[in-house]
Design a binder for this molecule. Sequence first.
Ligand code: FES
Length: 81
Amino acid sequence: MRFTRSGRTIAGDQATPLLILGEDAGVVMPSGCRMGICFGCVAPVRSGQVRDLRTNQVHGEAGELIQTCISTAATDVELEL
Ligand code: FES
């Protein structure tokens, strides 16, 4: 998991939300409700795919805005944060 603007990298798993991984890596992560409601945590994907914890759907295209609080890494992921 890489955060391109802050230059931080952290080893993740496929269960921990990207919001938590970012915070653990020391990245200032936008957030709000932390449960998928407010969209305060959205961030653009640069590369890789994520899994929605609510639906289990895997998605991710360059530039797509994802909710980091309810998304986990499905592959290596780069976020523009
Ligand atoms: S923090 Fe509210 S949707 Fe992610």
